[in-house]
Ligand binder design. Structure first.
Ligand code: NAD
Ligand code: TYD
Length: 364
């Protein structure tokens, strides 16, 4: 039996991981540490039993030390981060503070508690991104774990820095670490600022779908549940000190993703008459194609052209393989957003912040 500290467990991937781990290892204890920034949402953990939620900041080293010590925590799964490239272009300092200084704080606490005296069995798993490897040309081989780092955005630079810190804490101090670098996640509970949930919700409201540049940028799409399985494989079978690339095996240009999305929304409206009543402003409610909302807009500055993951190492060492292709994973994601309107409505109207307000108010 283990006790996990999941940082950023109220965010998109963290909340999916907590749900996954509850099913995967029901006897383990789970503590979530989350600062509930705009991206953190308590509702994403609703209905999950036996999770101890701590509203706090990973930069609070004393708090982390106390949690590790008092809870006899033996595993950290570190998701907490500022995660959106577009936001990093407008406010890079926040990304350095959270992603670099925050990771340093966790490593400092883990070292102080876990490596004191004779040390104890432990694991620090760091969740990172394929964006640290930079951008590929159309014919370039996919990223492997030995591809040189070449981050291009403030976000990816901050993640690259945090990866290097984790590596150094293993080599310098013997901290038992693993790192995973994954591709673009999608699935339930994703904040609607990322491509897929943003475009889905815009399509339902008849709002434009803003396509950056020519829409030919390529991403590898990883269903979040496959990502969670990949992290579990790292924790259970990963070699200490190693990094593993986790991909979805679904490399697609943005326009292909957007066309799949538009066609799936049209098909959903064609088969479920109630959708036209629920979303009267959607073009599909008037029998028009969702694709009529597509708009080409100015490109993102420094927009990386292509990411692609070579996951040979994870397959060979961890037995990892993605279970869902994009078509299947996307269909499940669309069904989830249609069935969970209250979750995303609360995000859109800001009422998901009420928990934070109520708790702060209670302490004033
Ligand atoms: P997210 O933005 O949805 O969630 C981040 C969570 O971290 C939020 O709950 C937020 O409240 C919390 N947080 C932020 N600052 C904090 C702090 N100082 N202390 C404690 N908690 C804090 O992000 P996500 O999409 O779930 O990504 C999780 C991790 O996976 C990140 O490290 C990200 O870099 C990495 N990643 C994400 C993707 C993707 O496609 N979403 C791809 C590759 C890697
Ligand atoms: P995003 O979901 O922000 O993830 P990332 O930047 O980490 O890859 O974007 C995915 C792709 O979609 C990326 O190439 C940028 C593009 N994109 C748009 O064309 N329009 C949008 O409104 C958004 C949010 C993204």
């Amino acid at each position: 039996m283990s006790h996990l500290l999941v940082t950023g467990g109220a965010g998109f991937i963290g909340a999916n991981f907590v749900r996954f781990w509850r099913r995967h290892r029901p006897d383990d204890a789970i503590t979530v540490l989350d600062a509930l920034t705009y991206a953190g949402n308590r509702a994403s953990l609703a209905g999950v039993d036996g999770v101890d939620f701590v509203h706090g900041d990973i930069r609070d080293t004393a708090l982390v030390e106390r949690l590790l010590h008092d809870g006899a925590i033996d595993t950290i799964v570190h998701f907490a981060a500022e995660s959106h490239v577009d936001r990093s272009l407008h406010g890079p300092a926040e990304f350095i503070d959270t992603n670099v200084i925050g990771t340093l704080s966790l490593l400092t606490a883990a070292r102080a508690v876990w490596l004191a005296g004779s040390g104890q069995p432990h694991r620090f798993h760091h969740v990172s991104t394929d964006e640290v490897y930079g951008s590929l040309g159309p014919g370039d081989p996919a990223f492997t774990e030995t591809t040189p780092y070449a981050p291009n955005s403030p976000y990816s630079a901050s993640k690259a820095a945090s990866d290097h810190l984790v590596r150094a804490w293993h080599h310098s101090y013997g901290l038992q670490t693993t790192t995973s670098n994954c591709s673009n996640n999608y699935g339930p509970y994703q904040f609607p600022e990322k491509l897929i949930p943003l475009f889905l919700i815009n399509a339902l409201h008849g709002r434009p779908l803003p396509i950056y540049g020519d829409g030919q940028q390529v991403r590898d799409w990883l269903h979040v549940e496959d990502h969670c399985r990949g992290i579990a494989a790292c924790l259970e079978r990963g070699r200490v000190g190693e990094t593993y690339n986790i991909g979805g095996g679904s490399e697609l240009p943005n326009l292909a993703v957007i066309d799949t999305l538009c066609a799936a929304v049209d098909a959903a409206f064609a088969t479920d008459a109630d959708l036209a009543r629920r979303f009267p402003d959607a073009p599909a409610a008037q029998g028009l194609p969702t694709a009529s909302l597509k708009r080409f807009v100015a490109d993102r500055p420094g927009h990386d052209r292509r990411y692609a993951i070579d996951e040979t190492k994870a397959r060979a060492e961890l037995g990892y393989a993605p279970a869902r292709g994009f078509a299947e994973g996307f269909a499940a994601t669309l069904a989830w957003y249609l069935a969970n309107e209250p979750w995303w409505r609360a995000v859109m109207d800001g009422s998901y912040r009420d928990w934070v307000e109520a708790n702060y108010a209670a302490r004033r």
